[in-house]
Write a protein of this length. Structure first.
Length: 216
């Protein structure tokens, strides 16, 4: 089975360098609609059986726009387990502000998950996010055709945690391959009870130079 993971299109808060998290949200940028169209072209010849999306508007809008652009009848289901990290008091705040106020928290979140103090910011741990996202994905895999393909639309931090956990990475190694870019595509294959990475954070089809605010 082939699994395709998409990070949502770039939003206003992404551009402004703000944490959105599992409760915050902001609209997609106009340029994101173009990028989603490019992704649709990349997936044109992939026979997707079913698509699943986080309930947060930025992901759901990305999923709906993408399926419209692919222009095939692909069912879409909202799955709460695919929502972004609960980032507690960090949500809605700018990266640069928090880097000054709690540098160790931000460093751990981005580079060293094993030392992330989620209780301090009243949010979720990497372990909690891995558990809920993996549970959601596995339930879908178990109920899908073994020779099919499914699409997931979710969020940067949640997807990095989910995918690396599915691949067997320990919490300390979740960031080892870096982050995921807006409107990126990551491809896994599930066979013989194991997940294998085919392609991490594919963005070439976007045909543009990415900026620092595109990836988390």
């Amino acid at each position: 089975m082939d699994l395709y993971f998409v990070r949502h299109g770039k939003t206003e808060w992404n551009l402004e360098g703000k944490y959105q998290g599992g409760h915050g949200d902001s609209p997609l940028l106009p340029e994101s609609l173009r990028d989603i169209g490019k992704l649709a072209g990349r997936l044109e010849n992939v026979k997707i059986d079913h698509a699943y999306t986080s309930p947060l508007p930025r992901a759901k809008t990305t999923a709906e726009t993408l399926l419209d652009d692919i222009n095939r009848k692909i069912p879409l289901t909202v799955v709460d387990g695919l929502r972004e990290f609960d980032l507690g008091i960090m949500e809605g705040q700018k990266f640069v502000k928090l880097e000054k106020e709690m540098p160790e928290i931000i460093h751990s979140f981005r580079f060293d998950p094993s030392t992330y103090d989620y209780e301090r910011i009243k949010g979720e741990s990497f372990e909690q996010v891995a558990e809920r996202t993996n549970k959601a994905v596995q339930k879908i895999v178990d109920s899908s055709p073994a020779d099919g393909a499914v699409l997931f639309v979710s969020h940067g931090a949640a997807l990095v945690t989910c995918i690396q956990s599915l691949l067997g990475s320990k919490v300390a190694d979740i960031r080892k391959d870096g982050g995921l870019s807006n409107t990126s595509l990551t491809h896994l294959r599930y066979e013989n009870g194991q997940y294998k990475l085919v392609k991490w954070n594919e963005t070439g089809y976007l045909d543009k130079k990415l900026s620092s605010t595109d990836t988390i």
